[in-house]
Design a protein around this ligand. Structure first.
Ligand SMILES: Nc1nc2c(c(=O)[nH]1)N[C@H]1C(S)=C(S)[C@@H](COP(=O)(O)OP(=O)(O)OC[C@H]3O[C@@H](n4cnc5c(N)ncnc54)[C@H](O)[C@@H]3O)O[C@H]1N2
Ligand code: MOO
Length: 390
């Protein structure tokens, strides 16, 4: 058995950054920016009022000062004249500052009678002017690679970048295997269960930026599995679920081998997830996940999300870990790296009592995995441990 670190580095060799495509900004949320993008304009493009009020030509203003209103400037409607001493322009938030104007007196600080305004009360000291290019200037760059979130989309829109270069989404084909499985919504026989891992993993991969193809559930026969595997053709990554262990019906390794799987490894010193396999069938990367529901989801977190990052041109490596103190003691670990389902609370972390790899209820309550190195001795409350947040 190889270590998790060795397995991950082998998995990452199965992928490389995919092609770049241009997508409209409206479609770019969650995509990974593949090339630096530069602003095509200044924002704001002119110096602009930050408040509704009166633009005047001096910053030194006092209670009782009087000004004559000579025009109006609104957002989208510039005032073309010049503001001189003793003059003012009625101005609104976002309007270009008129030539000659130095500050805006907010409308709460004036009284107006016809065309005459008089400053009143304690005036604030703010100029209430946003300088041209104060947010960004032409040529300012958003650097790649970067997963585009809502605020990036808003910024790119403001930069007038209507189409952005992003990595193609990796296509992941998912095949659940097992005679016991039926899809959610179907009626299982009394010796069957519902296939949960495929949909759970598909959700995980999509939120990591992939496009998923859920292929039909394969029966535990070579012909059924071969048929399902043939449907995966063209995917960047094939993920099989189950049939990975040593039982008589665990046929994934043999069938994939007959189809030309060049296997990188089989079995990893981790818990859950021991019977993991990975390799390549032609151009397509292949990862064979163990069938136990929690095992497959944990392997998805530990191996497949980093591989998807690699396809997307993002920095790809082990999941980020933080250290947290234990809220309760832990027994000694075995010789396999243990990913314990856990919950973080008040700056500490606590593992769940039940760690069986079939328990989706426990996984659904977990917001973290405590990572125990092989052979880690028993730990006391307060000892610091490594944690991956989910
Ligand atoms: N003699 C040994 N037996 C087992 C070993 C071992 O080393 N020696 N390893 C155990 C470990 S660890 C794991 S993990 C499992 C993994 O086995 P498989 O990958 O062959 O998985 P299956 O046998 O097909 O299924 C295991 C379990 O999970 C359920 N399952 C499978 N697919 C799905 C799905 N898509 N959705 C929901 N549930 C699924 C399946 O019904 C079984 O209950 O092997 C141990 N055995
Ligand atoms: O490795 Mo299995 O995934 O322990 O349940």
């Amino acid at each position: 058995m190889i270590s998790v670190a060795e397995a991950l580095s082998a998995v990452l060799k199965l992928g490389s950054p995919l092609d770049v495509e241009l997508v409209s900004l409206a479609e770019a949320d969650g995509r990974v920016l593949a090339q630096d993008v530069a602003a095509t304009r200044n924002q704001p493009p002119f110096s602009a009022s930050a408040m509704d009020g009166y633009a005047v030509s001096t910053t030194d203003v006092f209670e009782g000062d009087q000004f004559t209103v000579i025009g109006e400037a609104a957002a989208g409607h510039r005032f073309d004249g010049v503001v001189g001493a003793g003059q003012t322009v009625r101005i609104f938030t976002g309007a270009p500052m008129p030539e000659g104007a130095e500050r805006v007196v907010i409308q709460e600080d004036v009284t107006r009678d016809g065309d005459v305004v008089v400053l009143q009360g304690t005036l604030d000291t703010g100029r209430h002017v946003r300088p041209a290019g104060g947010d960004f200037k032409t040529g300012d760059v958003i650097t790649a690679p970067r997963r585009l979130g809502p605020s990036d989309i808003a910024l790119l829109a403001s930069m007038n970048v209507a189409r952005v270069p992003v990595r193609r989404r990796p296509v992941v084909a998912i095949i659940a295997t097992g005679d016991e499985l039926v899809s959610p919504g179907e009626t299982p026989r009394d010796d069957q269960i519902i296939a949960s891992n495929s949909l759970g993993l598909a959700a995980m991969f999509r939120s990591a930026g992939a496009e998923t193809r859920l292929l039909p559930i394969a029966k535990d026969t070579p012909s059924s599995l071969e048929m399902a595997l043939s449907l995966a053709e063209g995917a960047d990554l094939l993920v099989t679920i189950g049939g990975a262990s040593v039982g008589d019906h665990d046929i994934v390794a043999d069938v994939a081998g007959n189809l030309g799987l060049e296997r990188q490894f089989y079995k990893v010193a981790m818990r859950p997830g021991k019977p993991l396999m990975a390799g390549r069938i032609g151009q397509m990367a292949m990862i064979g996940l163990p069938g136990n529901p929690v095992s497959s989801m944990v392997c998805g977190e530990v191996f497949i999300k980093p591989l998807l990052d690699r396809f997307l041109g993002l920095p790809a490596g082990p999941r980020m870990r933080i250290t947290l103190p234990l809220a309760a003691p832990l027994g000694a670990n075995s010789q396999r790296e243990h990913y314990m389902r856990a919950i973080t609370e008040d700056g500490a972390v606590k593992s769940f009592e039940r760690q069986d790899s079939s328990l989706l209820t426990v996984l659904a309550c977990a917001n973290a995995l405590i990572v125990r190195p092989p052979g880690d001795p028993a730990r006391d409350e307060g000892d610091r441990v490594q944690v991956i947040t989910l």
